[in-house]
Design a protein around this ligand. Sequence first.
Ligand SMILES: [Zn+2]
Length: 120
Amino acid sequence: MVNPPRTIKEARKIRYGKSGLNPSGVPYREGYCAQEVGEPGRAIRFYQCQRKAVVGLFCRQHDPAAVAKREKERTARWRQEQANSPHARADRYRKALERIARMYDASMMVETALDALRRR
Ligand SMILES: [Zn+2]
């Protein structure tokens, strides 16, 4: 289900589990979570979530706010893992070395200039 229903009216229009064998699908079951879920098998079979609707039209797992929160947490965790990855650490180390090299170059230029002044 790409866009979960936002209203009971939208939910009532849903037909769950449409397939070649059941082209008209199954209607929305009132009081139950409106999320369409897939059961993997030889071919994924879709049906309406069988849990009771407790957060608006959804169960706790499929509550769009909870889904968004979990997605946000997953993204934050992924970013954290990326920042701590050997590759990211090596990249930070390389950048630090480049900064040091630039500072060294700058100090060499200053020394060369001071040498030139001293030799005058
Ligand atoms: Zn559900």
